[in-house]
Design a protein around this ligand. Structure first.
Ligand SMILES: Cc1ncc(C[n+]2csc(CCOP(=O)(O)OP(=O)(O)O)c2C)c(N)n1
Length: 367
């Protein structure tokens, strides 16, 4: 039995059996175990603040501790419900947060995790949240302490995990998506057909694949803006640029990112000019952190996109149509929405995107 199983079994024995959160690579194995749970026991939330609120509602109904899991980059999304609702000085609602600590000391990580990694523990202290840093040999004692502290004081507590603390799962989750289009094939087509477009690419593998494909083909990256962090904010970022630039703009988003701040799509469609195009790379999961399912399949994206102001919706699911559909989509002089049904397989050994300031300068300079 591995560490995640041991933790889950320990929690079960303590009568803790409701889980919600947004998946994270450090917690990948734990999150993937939860995807096998019944719908009422585990819900993948759209964003971390929503997970905190869902957990709070659960507590009111059941008076039992819920678990909320998140990457430390999601702390930004939880600060508001924590400080203005859950905090011991307001309602005082207990829960246990399992936090994946990207950018922790002495562990090599990507640049976007550096700042958040450095301030994570101080943020928790500032919020008055008691925490323990996971120790494999003592985890049951640590959890016992956290559980009793949360219950006794009616407040949230945190259990912090570093990279490598949980055994890493080689495979993804139970929900591998076998659509016929690979993201990297689509991106290759896109960059050859959209040479004059600025591309704002979302967090995770999408940015990294775009970057890698440009590098492999020896094509300049100056037309790309990689949203290495700020998950869920790609469409507003791209909108901000497109409104004040004459360039043609593509927002290249993922379904997890789209759902995280879905209101942003309403604003971007409402205010977009003809130079704004939105592409949703839809693999129905958070592939970059282990393929945990999203709820995207509940949305009729054709009706949704047209109702919020996109002038046309395109659907690409057969790779033989890529060129034709992309051509029709790109030549339209109006805001348009393209949904691409991709599978959940990405290029192996993706390179890390570095030198972000230099990339930004090149992006700004390029015309
Ligand atoms: C606020 C925040 N929460 C969680 C993460 C961890 N994270 C990075 S990529 C990713 C999945 C993104 O899913 P999607 O947009 O569908 O793209 P895919 O990974 O499927 O390509 C997650 C959850 C993050 N970077 N930021």
């Amino acid at each position: 039995m591995n560490v995640s199983d041991n933790i889950i079994n320990f929690l079960k024995r303590k009568n803790i059996n409701f889980f919600t959160g947004v998946p994270d690579s450090v917690l990948k194995e734990f999150c993937n175990k939860l995807t096998k749970f019944k719908k009422k026991q585990h819900i993948v939330a759209a964003n971390e603040g929503g997970a905190i609120s869902l957990a709070a509602g659960y507590y009111l109904a059941r008076k039992k501790l819920p678990i909320v899991y998140l990457q430390n980059s999601g702390l930004g999304n939880v600060i508001n419900p924590l400080t203005s609702m859950i905090h011991k000085e307001i309602y005082g609602i207990p829960m246990i947060m399992f936090i994946g600590w990207r950018g922790s000391k002495n562990i090599k990580d990507e640049i976007q995790h550096k700042v958040q990694g450095k301030i994570t523990l101080s943020q928790l202290k500032l919020l008055g949240i008691k925490y323990k840093i996971f120790d494999k040999r003592r985890f049951s004692k640590q959890l016992d302490y956290l559980i009793s502290h949360a219950n006794k004081n009616n407040q949230p507590v945190a259990f912090i995990f570093k990279k490598g603390d949980l055994d890493s799962l080689k495979d993804k989750s139970g929900k591998i998506n076998t659509n016929k289009i690979n993201r990297n094939d689509f991106i290759s087509n896109l960059i050859s057909q959209a040479k004059k477009f600025k591309i704002f690419a979302t967090t995770g593998f999408t940015s990294r694949e775009l970057f890698q494909i440009r590098k492999n083909k020896k094509i300049s990256t100056r037309n790309d803006f990689y949203m290495v962090g700020g998950m869920g904010h790609t469409s507003m970022f791209a909108l901000g640029f497109s409104l004040f630039s004459k360039d043609n703009v593509i927002c290249l988003d993922g379904d997890g990112s789209f759902l995280m701040h879905m209101g942003a799509s309403v604003i971007s469609a409402n205010f977009a000019k003809g130079n704004f195009k939105y592409i949703l790379l839809n693999n129905s999961c958070h592939e970059s952190v282990g393929c945990q399912p999203t709820s995207i399949d509940k949305i009729n994206l054709r009706k949704f996109s047209l109702s919020i102001g996109y002038k046309k919706y395109f659907l690409l699911k057969n790779k033989n149509n890529t060129k034709k559909i992309l051509n029709n989509f790109l030549k339209l002089n109006k805001p348009a929405f393209l949904e691409v049904k991709i599978n959940s397989f990405s290029l192996p050994n993706l390179i890390r995107i570095k030198d972000l300031k230099k990339l930004k300068v090149n992006f700004i300079k390029s015309k």
